[in-house]
Design a protein around this ligand. Sequence first.
Ligand SMILES: Nc1ncnc2c1ncn2[C@@H]1O[C@H](COP(=O)(O)OP(=O)(O)OP(=O)(O)O)[C@@H](O)[C@H]1O
Ligand SMILES: [Mg+2]
Length: 262
Amino acid sequence: MARTITVASGKGGTGKTTITANLGIALTQLGYDVTIVDADITMANLELMLGMEGLPVTLQNVLAGEAKIEEAVYVGPGGVKVIPAGVSLEGLRKANPEKLEEVLTRIIGSTDILILDAPAGLERSAIIAIAAAQELLLIVNPEIASITDGLKTKIVAERLGTKTLGAVINRLTGWGIDMAKSEIEAILETKVIGIIPEDPEVRKSAAFGKPVLLSAPNSPASIAIRELAYAVAGKKKELAAQSKAKKESAISKMLKVFRRKR
Ligand SMILES: Nc1ncnc2c1ncn2[C@@H]1O[C@H](COP(=O)(O)OP(=O)(O)OP(=O)(O)O)[C@@H](O)[C@H]1O
Ligand SMILES: [Mg+2]
């Protein structure tokens, strides 16, 4: 049975897709069978970042009931398995995002770690991606707006029964303008399990559709992402000990949250 981890953030552009792609590859390099899923079907950036655009069957087709999830799994760079979202607007119209957890259930027996790249914010599609996973990896930038929005995401995730695996500080500049790790941990009430520096190699790689971990494996960001992979792999036991006997279905958890809002 796979671990399911949602990579999410409050604010957009914190680095979720970059981290999903490269963490997936780093965990594959550690010997795990890893599947990364683009759960951001309206934006579908993961396939572009991996240079895998234009694939015939995507998550959109699966969520539209036109294909089986197994048909949308591809082997990507570094051997990581990838489920792309698909970029067609027509496909987007037909897709039913509420089916996400149900379709993912079919593949959790055939992989060790399933990582979901969630949409930003707390719109319904983001809630669905958070609810569909057991663990939340919260991506923040070291600035106050990113942290306060991240806190909202964490609170909603906890209401949904998704445990916080930890936070990752991405784009640390070291210019004396970053919020301190201790301050971030105090606000978020969670451990920071990874710190990824601002690194021009990340954007350069993205521009060429190649993950930084493969195009610049010795760059500071790549080294930090490999350290994050060790931390994620090592967290398994700790979380399993706290884990609830049975996970509620995403839909029933979602309904609870929506009811509480009213
Ligand atoms: N550590 C880093 N150093 C430099 N640039 C980075 C770093 N991490 C991410 N970026 C750049 O920041 C931009 C946003 O990253 P990314 O697309 O991964 O964020 P996102 O959270 O998935 O965004 P969205 O909310 O739009 O889905 C990209 O141009 C990416 O190359
Ligand atoms: Mg993204």
